[in-house]
Design a protein around this ligand. Structure first.
Ligand SMILES: [Zn+2]
Ligand SMILES: [Zn+2]
Ligand SMILES: [Zn+2]
Length: 151
């Protein structure tokens, strides 16, 4: 979904697209997997009077509308991304970055098993934890003293 479609979708649902909600969507269309705190910091640079509570409330409205998704990369931060295209994440345990992968391991077998349990599936999650290219590279350079990294 591109930004214009997103705006249309938003209006279709009968919500007012306040400047702040618009900015949130803009931020999320520029950067994926960004935390509520980071979104707040960015908004504050143009709207110094905004409170974290308001930003959070607006994020929740966008969540309820299904326009954004909440992500948990197990690093203690709640992150968000636009709800576009089903995908999964490779999450770096060192720097917290995430790479999106388009393949999905959810199989018809899981579906069958759920049906046999009379279980209605609403969503699923699948995450892979490890070390990203950058962090691997830094690790390889360890041993060589220059390779010491700040944390
Ligand atoms: Zn990393
Ligand atoms: Zn993602
Ligand atoms: Zn999936």
């Amino acid at each position: 979904m591109n930004f214009q479609n997103l705006i249309k979708e938003f209006k279709k649902k009968g919500y007012k697209l306040t400047p702040q909600r618009r900015i949130i969507l803009e931020i999320l269309s520029e950067e994926k997997h960004i935390s509520a705190e980071e979104i707040y910091e960015r908004i504050r640079s143009s709207q110094p009077n905004v409170s974290f509570g308001t930003v959070y409330r607006n994020l929740n409205i966008l969540l309820e509308l299904g326009l954004i998704k909440q992500l948990d990369f197990k690093d203690g931060r709640t992150r968000f991304e636009l709800n576009e295209g089903h995908h999964h994440h490779l999450i770096c345990l060192n720097c917290g970055s995430a790479v999106e992968i388009q393949s999905c391991p959810f199989s018809s077998e899981v579906q069958k098993a759920a049906i046999s349990q009379n279980f209605s599936i609403k969503s699923h999650s699948f995450k892979v934890y490890g070390y990203c290219r950058n962090c691997n590279y830094k690790k390889e350079k360890k041993g060589d003293r220059k390779g010491e990294q700040r944390n």
